[in-house]
Design a binder for this molecule. Structure first.
Ligand code: UFG
Length: 329
């Protein structure tokens, strides 16, 4: 049977593709290569270049891949700032794409889907750490689009025999342990890869956005989850659905928050570089602190995060050193 990985050439999707293959699964990948990299996908996976919003294309993939045991969805847009400027682009791709996908899954009687949701569905949470029952009030179109996807899945699951798992990622970073695949965005906006670009000499300094938040050192606090742990949760989620698990959502984090300054300091230790920094103004839409309570995933999926922030940055650093300009294409 086949696992169909949508967005399998992207940052998270390429690591999922790699690990499903390593664990002996038969894998097919769909990616429109708008942000992904063909070179990130191993030849062992069958590759279809196209867009999930294109129903004829998607139905054609489902016709060719006649034995799909589950779908993994990694092909949403995911930048908070961009979503504030282009909300419709986010609803069209994220919500529209998921709608077409659910329709085609139903048509071909494919019963399971695991998809990436996000801490951004919570907005500015009233409690910390955040549990699955914490109210979801997104403060940007990205988070809203993911919340709509969650709700759409829930309604479709209640009307059919399809089951889903929504995995709400907190801050994902890192790379495969051997540094052979990793994070390569055309316009990088995330803290850890930008810090490592400074360490590589590709940028002069890291601008830390704001130091007047309600946190211990005044900089934002985030809960970092390593790529290996993240992918392990997806594999366990699919196994859970395959063995009759009911549709559900799970928070994925480590229950430990690190401030932006703590992340910077850890990166200085890992890389041995000074990494010059400057405090700048706040970035719009940044909540003070986002920390996950993942007890539910630990109990229900038998998942346990094992990568420390140092491990995460060390893995990312290995990738960045080996591939200072990302994938050769
Ligand atoms: N930051 C800086 N300087 C930079 C880049 C980021 O100070 O150059 C700060 C941000 O202001 C924030 C922290 O570093 O305080 C983390 O920012 P990222 O952009 O790395 O990550 P976000 O927390 O904004 O967002 C990420 C994902 C979202 C997801 C969210 C959930 O990109 O998709 O985590 O926590 F929704």
């Amino acid at each position: 049977m086949t696992v169909l990985i949508l967005g399998g050439a992207g940052y998270v999707g390429s690591h999922a593709t790699d690990e499903f293959l390593a664990r002996g699964y038969d894998v097919a990948v769909v990616d429109n290569l708008s942000t992904g990299h063909r070179a990130a996908v191993a030849d062992k996976a069958r590759f279809y270049e196209g867009d999930i919003r294109d129903k004829n294309f998607l139905a054609d993939v489902f016709t060719k891949e006649s034995d799909i045991e589950g779908v993994m969805h990694f092909c949403a847009y995911s930048l908070v700032g961009e979503s504030m400027e282009k909300p419709l682009m986010y609803f069209e791709n994220n919500v529209g794409g998921a709608m077409t996908l659910l329709d085609v899954m139903h048509q071909f009687d494919v019963k399971h889907i695991v998809f990436s949701s996000t801490a951004a569905t919570f907005g500015i949470p009233e409690v910390s750490p955040i549990t699955e029952t914490t109210p979801q009030n997104p403060i940007n179109p990205y988070g809203e689009s993911k919340l709509i996807m969650e709700k759409m899945m829930a309604w479709q699951a209640s009307a059919t025999d399809m089951t889903y798992v929504a995995l709400r990622y907190f801050n994902v970073a890192g790379a495969k342990h051997d540094g052979s695949i990793g994070e390569a965005h055309k316009n990088e906006t995330h803290l850890i890869p930008i810090i490592l670009q400074v360490a590589l000499g590709q940028r002069e300094k890291i601008m830390i956005y704001g130091d007047d938040y309600h946190t211990e050192d005044g900089t934002c606090v985030r809960d970092y989850i390593g790529m290996t742990d993240l992918i392990d949760a997806h594999i366990k989620a699919l196994a859970y659905l395959k063995t009759g698990g009911k549709s559900d959502a799970f928070n994925l984090g480590t229950k430990t928050g690190y401030s932006n300054l703590q992340v910077l300091e850890t990166a200085r230790q890992v890389t041995g570089h000074a990494i010059p920094s400057e405090i700048g103004p706040r970035r719009a839409g940044d909540p003070d602190a986002l920390v996950a309570d993942s007890s539910k995933a630990q109990q229900t999926l038998d998942w346990k995060p094992s990568e420390s922030l140092t491990d995460i940055i060390a893995n990312a650093w290995q990738w960045h050193q080996n591939h200072p300009h990302g994938y050769a294409e």
